[in-house]
Design a protein around this ligand. Structure first.
Ligand SMILES: Nc1nc2c(ncn2[C@@H]2O[C@H](COP(=O)(O)OP(=O)(O)OP(=O)(O)O)[C@@H](O)[C@H]2O)c(=O)[nH]1
Ligand SMILES: [Mg+2]
Length: 423
């Protein structure tokens, strides 16, 4: 397979939500389809016997919550899927924030009885800022739920996001029997297996099929048909580009625990989710000030620094000055890169190309002029490099040979004067 093909078949995504919406359970069920596990464990199964394979730490098993993110990989219909199950609890949300810097799409899980909860909203805001495509799975349809129309309205209103229900539930709670796939115009009726531990058996037919009317209770069937008609009448078309731009979220209904609607979610997700973007492995950014934790202050125009900081897998910060955390806290609005993006901090005075350090120091124009002059003759250039670079033991010797601290102070003043003149 060529590199291009390898990249194109990759889908790297995180599952995010408020605690307990069912991320880990959904992750388990998605794994079933990749053949990574034949029998998905269950968080609520008798704890000693079986827990979710994604929650592998002792504490996670004991408390039934996820503490750290888990990366799982599987292949499905030619796709290489990298799935990150994240912890919902806000005490561990730094972990989730980091994950969101590395994924290309997310699946947002919503508890059908609760709707958009606080932590989901917070994580959503981060996705929105990064324009990450968001797919929504409305989970726990097997339990008493809020009305589906009310749920999608809430997503649209509170998150200010366009919604496109890809499927629509046939019944809710005890009467939840399946979903209508609006794209394929097919009904998927689900058969229950013990705790959804196997791939769900599904029968597929049209909405008018008498079998569907027979399997779904009368009131739910009628209601679902009316609602589907309502959605069709609204006339919104599915536009994959809107999803990739992060403007529209496709919505899927189901029950992770019972493995209802999970495969449909997976199929459409893989088809429409984003391919890998080019994220740098390691970046180094030089800033004016930082504390030892990596909270950074930078002045002037920092067009791409924040984006690069969040997109990089690893980030090294060098700064003109290390300052105290108290100083950072005194006015957090000056912090342009927060500590959770940063892996290492290093104090490096005069660490940047002069033009990039607003208010700090200016280019040594005299030195540059000399450099340009000697470049005209290879002989002169050789001598120049020998004197200024090859014979220098370290950076300090280089500085000494070229004007020393006195020169550095002058360049600082010059930049101050320059800024003064601009102002
Ligand atoms: N009835 C029902 N319960 C579900 C469903 N999906 C998950 N649950 C239950 O909801 C609880 C929480 O599920 P988890 O998968 O651990 O939730 P989570 O989102 O991973 O939670 P954190 O990792 O702690 O944020 C468990 O008791 C699950 O069995 C569902 O579709 N129906
Ligand atoms: Mg979990």
């Amino acid at each position: 397979m060529t590199l291009k093909q390898e990249i194109e078949r990759r889908r790297t995504f995180a599952v995010i939500s408020h605690p307990d919406a069912g991320k880990t359970t959904l992750t388990e069920k998605l794994l079933l389809y990749g053949g990574a596990k034949h029998l998905a464990g269950s968080v609520t199964a008798r704890r000693k016997e079986q827990t979710t394979s994604s929650d592998w730490m002792e504490l996670e098993k004991k408390r039934g919550i996820s503490i750290s993110s888990t990366l799982l990989q599987f292949d499905y219909e030619g796709y290489r899927v990298n799935l990150l199950d994240t912890p919902g609890h806000r005490d561990f949300s730094e972990d989730t924030y980091r994950v969101l810097t590395a994924v290309d799409s997310v699946i947002m899980v919503v508890d059908a009885a609760k709707g958009i909860e606080s932590q989901t909203r917070k994580l959503f805001e981060i996705c929105r800022r990064r324009e990450i495509p968001i797919f929504t799975f409305i989970n726990k349809m097997d339990r008493p739920t809020r009305h589906p129309l009310e749920l999608i309205d809430e997503i649209e209103d509170t998150l200010q996001l366009n919604v496109f229900p890809v499927n629509w539930p046939l019944g809710t709670g005890f009467d939840f029997r399946g979903v209508y796939d609006r794209m394929a115009r097919q009904v998927h009726l689900f058969e229950k297996t013990a705790r959804g531990s196997q791939q769900a058996t599904v029968s597929v037919s049209g909405l008018d099929d008498p079998l569907v009317a027979q399997k779904v209770d009368e009131a739910s069937y009628r209601e679902a048909r009316e609602e589907v008609e309502l959605l069709e009448a609204a006339g919104a078309e599915f536009n994959p580009q809107d999803v990739l731009d992060g403007d529209t979220t496709p919505i899927f209904f189901g029950s992770a625990l019972n493995n209802f609607g999970v495969e449909l979610l997976l199929k459409y997700f893989l088809k429409y989710a984003a391919m890998p973007a080019i994220y740098p492995d390691v970046s180094a950014i030089h800033v004016h000030e930082a504390d030892i934790y990596g909270n950074c202050r930078a002045r002037g125009i920092t067009v791409s620094d924040f984006d690069v900081a969040r997109a990089s897998k690893r980030l090294i910060i060098t700064c003109e000055r290390l300052i105290s955390n108290e100083e950072i806290r005194r006015d957090p609005s000056y912090t342009v890169i927060p500590y959770w993006c940063v892996d290492a901090v290093c104090e490096v005075p005069f660490g940047s190309y002069p033009g990039n350090m607003y208010g700090e120091y200016f280019s040594d124009e005299e030195h540059l002029r000399k450099w340009l002059k000697v470049e005209e003759s290879p002989e002169e250039l050789k001598k120049f490099l020998q004197k200024n670079i090859f014979s220098c033991k370290d950076h300090f010797e280089y500085i000494e040979k070229n004007g020393g601290m006195h020169k550095m102070q002058m360049l600082r003043q010059k930049e101050h004067m320059f800024i003064g003149a601009r102002a």
